[in-house]
Design a protein around this ligand. Structure first.
Ligand SMILES: NC(=O)c1ccc[n+]([C@@H]2O[C@H](COP(=O)([O-])OP(=O)(O)OC[C@H]3O[C@@H](n4cnc5c(N)ncnc54)[C@H](OP(=O)(O)O)[C@@H]3O)[C@@H](O)[C@H]2O)c1
Length: 368
């Protein structure tokens, strides 16, 4: 049989319609992936499958987790966008990919700090009860860009101090835990010492200024002029505008220089360190690593770094208890800059990418 053009057109139309039907079938299957699951077993999450601009973060449906034996299910009210999460999302600097995945992110749901309510308990949970208001960190698994998360009851989680709102509680974890560990453990800071805090109004910086001043250190804050009032309110005695005053021109010398944001070269602050002074760097840069080793053995001035998130859980929980006490007394308070909703997560990341947030940027997933 010869194929006429009519036959050809019919076959083509049939093929196209088959292809079209198949596409519709795929679409319906995709749409219904979660339709067969009861609504209460679903949750919204923000997932990213590739590195890039904030738009890589996509709000999607996922299955609500079920707590294992020693886990609690937390309904998340607030989480935050930290500078670290912005780095993990960008995949830059490239060396961060050693932890997050070389070509694509290993952890698809970010979100480390959270505040929320315990809505489910594993069979053997003893530390928490249903309905308890909790805050803390998810640890290296992240996962708080979600409506629910399951965490081991021994993670860094405590009851929310009564005087803190959900957004404030979420913004009271990472900055305080990092600053507290650097000052108390890494530098062993003591009353009467002097400290220069660089990036004094960021998340770690705003915590470091409060912790150092309450420990009885004399605090000088390095931040933009517009943030000087905030730094003084947090407990700084002096302020320096890093935009107009190069560190080399500072006449003072300090026991500790704490670069909370990783913006400073050691050589530019070396001369403003006292003879046995310590340079701390939280925003770790690659070029600091040889200096840590060199100064450990060959210099009285020391360069020190620490990855506080990788410290043993028990140690972090102990630190968190100390922080909790001070939050409860209102001696330390989180600085909350902006609050975004979950659908505004990209906007929040864009803002954090600017590198000039004040304290903490909160994502409110559920309002109380
Ligand atoms: N080592 C660890 O254990 C650890 C733990 C957590 C986070 N981190 C890392 O620590 C770093 C800082 O985190 P963060 O959350 O505190 O950052 P952040 O809140 O985003 O820092 C923002 C602050 O940085 C200041 N800043 C920007 N450029 C500056 C410059 N050239 N000189 C001085 N200050 C400058 C801004 O001050 P102005 O607006 O006044 O200019 C702003 O207040 C990140 O790299 C993060 O990944 C390390």
């Amino acid at each position: 049989m010869h194929l006429t053009s009519l036959h050809c057109n019919l076959i083509l139309a049939y093929a196209v319609s088959l292809d079209f039907s198949f596409s519709i079938l795929l679409y319906v299957l995709h749409k219904n992936q979660y339709a067969s699951i009861a609504k209460e077993e679903c949750m919204k999450v923000a997932r990213y499958l590739k590195y890039g601009t904030p738009e890589v973060l996509q709000i999607q449906e996922a299955v609500k987790p079920i707590p294992k034996d020693k886990e609690i299910l937390i309904q998340i009210y607030c989480t935050t966008v930290t500078a670290t999460e912005a780095i993990f999302r960008r995949g830059r600097p490239y060396f961060s990919r050693l932890f997050t995945g070389l070509l694509k992110p290993k952890i698809e749901i970010l979100g480390e700090e959270f505040s929320g309510v315990v809505t489910g308990l594993g069979q053997n949970v003893t530390k928490f009860k249903l309905g308890e208001k909790v805050f803390g960190t998810t640890g290296t698994n992240f996962g708080a860009y979600a409506e629910y998360v399951c965490l081991d009851e021994n993670e860094v989680i405590l009851s929310i101090p009564k005087n803190l709102s959900y957004p404030e509680a979420a913004g009271s974890c990472d900055g305080f835990l990092t600053a507290y560990s650097f000052l108390n453990k890494t530098a062993k800071a003591e009353t009467g010492q002097s400290i220069l805090v660089i990036g004094a109004c960021g998340s770690i910086g705003s915590a470091a200024v409060q912790i150092a001043s309450s420990l009885g250190l004399e605090v000088t804050a390095a931040c933009s002029q517009k943030n000087h009032d905030l730094a003084l309110m947090l407990g700084a005695k002096y302020c320096i505008d890093y935009n107009s005053t190069p560190y080399e021109n500072i006449k003072e010398q300090y026991d500790i220089v704490f670069d909370t944001v990783g913006k400073v070269k050691y050589r530019s602050i070396k001369n403003i360190l006292k003879s046995q002074g310590i340079f701390l760097q939280a925003g770790i840069t690659l070029d600091i690593l040889p200096l840590v080793l060199w100064t450990k053995y060959f210099s009285r001035k020391k360069v020190k770094i620490s990855a506080t998130g990788l410290k043993p859980k028990q140690e972090r929980l102990e630190d968190f208890r100390r922080i909790h006490e001070q939050l409860l007394r209102s001696t330390w308070k989180p600085v909350i800059d902006r609050i975004y909703s979950m659908v505004e997560l990209c906007k929040a990341h864009e803002y954090v990418d600017s590198g000039h947030k004040k304290g903490n940027v909160v994502i409110q997933i559920l309002k109380d």
